[in-house]
Design a protein around this ligand. Structure first.
Ligand code: S3P
Length: 174
């Protein structure tokens, strides 16, 4: 079984994912990092050089490979939810957890970061538009955690409690 973190940019998937993996004694994998390693350039450069469809195809390919893994906490890119085939692969052996946050909170967390290709121009407007469109997709997860006013550690604990209670997993760290 894997634990798959879904959610918009800036909801905390990578920070939470790394700590959650440690907390549960699982391995950690960041999908965007895998893509960057395999392509040898950043996500932003992939968008610029080859366009978004190329990136999305690469993302889908990683999802197919992930469905053969076991025992991983996986942080996804914010747009992974848009393709049904991705969700089918991730759900095959994964518990899906969506991290959410209010648009203003997302803006505050990421407005200084210029690495995100989809937020060029007017970021708060783009965040609102994309969030409105994507919300139903993020809602397909097994659990939603609003991270707007929680610390990374609090999010990790909330997810850990859910896994212990709902899935009947043992708590490896006592
Ligand atoms: C994207 C989110 C990014 C990255 C790419 C596209 C999106 O990942 O995959 O820029 O469509 O929301 P993060 O959510 O980790 O920033």
């Amino acid at each position: 079984m894997n634990i798959v973190l879904l959610g918009f940019m800036g909801t905390g998937k990578s920070s939470v994912g790394e700590r959650l993996a440690k907390r549960l004694g699982m391995r950690y994998l960041d999908m965007d990092e895998v893509i960057e390693e395999e392509e040898g350039i950043t996500v932003r450069e992939i968008f610029e050089r080859y366009g978004e469809p190329y990136f999305r195809d690469k993302e889908s390919e990683i999802c197919r490979r992930i469905s053969t893994l076991d025992g991983y906490v996986i942080s996804t890119g914010g747009g992974v939810v848009l393709r049904e085939e991705n969700m089918d692969c991730l759900r095959k052996n994964g518990l899906l957890i969506s991290l959410t946050a209010r648009p203003e909170v997302i803006y505050k967390r990421i407005h200084k970061d210029k690495t995100r290709p989809l937020l060029q121009g007017n970021p708060i407007k783009r965040i609102r538009e994309l969030l409105t469109f994507r919300e139903p997709y993020y809602r397909k997860a097994d659990l939603l955690v609003d991270t707007s006013s929680l610390s990374i550690q609090e999010v990790v604990e909330r997810i850990t409690m859910y896994i212990i209670e709902e899935m009947g997993y043992g708590d490896h760290k006592g």
